[in-house]
Ligand binder design. Sequence first.
Ligand SMILES: [Zn+2]
Length: 417
Amino acid sequence: MHGRRVAIYIHVRKWRVFPGWIGYSGAMLLDSNACYRAVRARDRRFDGRFFVAVSSTGIYCRPICPARPPKRENMHFYSSAAAAEGAGYRPCLRCRPERAPGMGSVDAASRLASAVIAGIEEHALSSARMGELAASLGVSDRHLRRVTEAELGVSPIELAQTQRLLLAKRLLSDTSLKLTEIAFAAGFGSVRRFNALFKSRYGLNPRSLRGHADPAGGLRCQLEFRPPLAWENLLAYLRLRAIPGVESVDATHYRRTVAIDEHQGWIAVSLAASGVALDVELSQSLAPVIGAVIVRVKQLFDLSAAPDAVSASLSQDSKLKVIVRRLPGLRVPGAFDGFELAVRRRSRPTSHGQGGDHDGGTLGARLRRRDCDAIHRTRSIDSGRASTRGGVGRPDRCARNHRRPVPVHRRAGEGRP
Ligand SMILES: [Zn+2]
């Protein structure tokens, strides 16, 4: 137990690469002059690392907001969207704070705060599950709350509430999902609760934020990052280690099957035309778990990284400096889930580009079986909808997939209503 706590409290490097930046440890310790300069320059390096609230309008923005910067004396800086909302500000409808890149582990003052943010992002924590999160991190509820409040300026529950609202806001604008689907996908227990909280916090009826997403265009979202991103290198890394029957990687797209709880489907990820976001297309079957899919795609492609801080640190080494200059925006690919990480680790890439020694092959087969077993379970509950919602095909097709891998790209049109 003692050893575990020691591991949790190791502090990570933070902000030292920016002259004049005092350091991140909560809303009160942001350097307002450095924040102001970043806002004036609309500096993407700081996108998602703090938010600027405007007291004359009651709105908070990303540092890159295209709107005319407000007067200096009206600007207030917050280290998280939750802290800005906790102070009574509403998210800007123009720069859309819900689309800001997340904070990387380097941004939190302690690993515990970083783990709390990750846990809340993925599970949209309810008060009932707060104890579970604390237990999984080896700390008490009280300590979890204390650290979160000290570092982020809000309680874990407030953080989760903002997370749910911002996810709902994103889905309202970007997708054609029904209001009920959005409420549940964002982790609200009921539509009534969703409507009430949305109106009280944002002063808006959720329907007023409905975008113009084409229902026939499938389920899509864009995940922004801080440029640069070495996209082709990321694809090359994943292509070499693709798990047959689960992942398929070509020159422009990463495609894969997905199974989260009882929901199965597929995703296709590519670089958006803007060059500062990834386009993620999902099968409709994944709508109930879209929040978890977003978190996992961000982890897989390391989208919360701060490339400037990473390259500044690596460039202190003369050999690494050369690589950093040659390949700007390199990231550390994560994993979609823990089991898959084991598959990738065990599966050594070969010269002809397929992952898989014997162990890797066996684990890969288990992964494919896991996805297919989940589909079988769904079918036994609701045999009429599983094959159309699943998007990964009928169970008999799954059996074929064990023998004939990577048909993901050809299934991209299936599973749509
Ligand atoms: Zn804005």
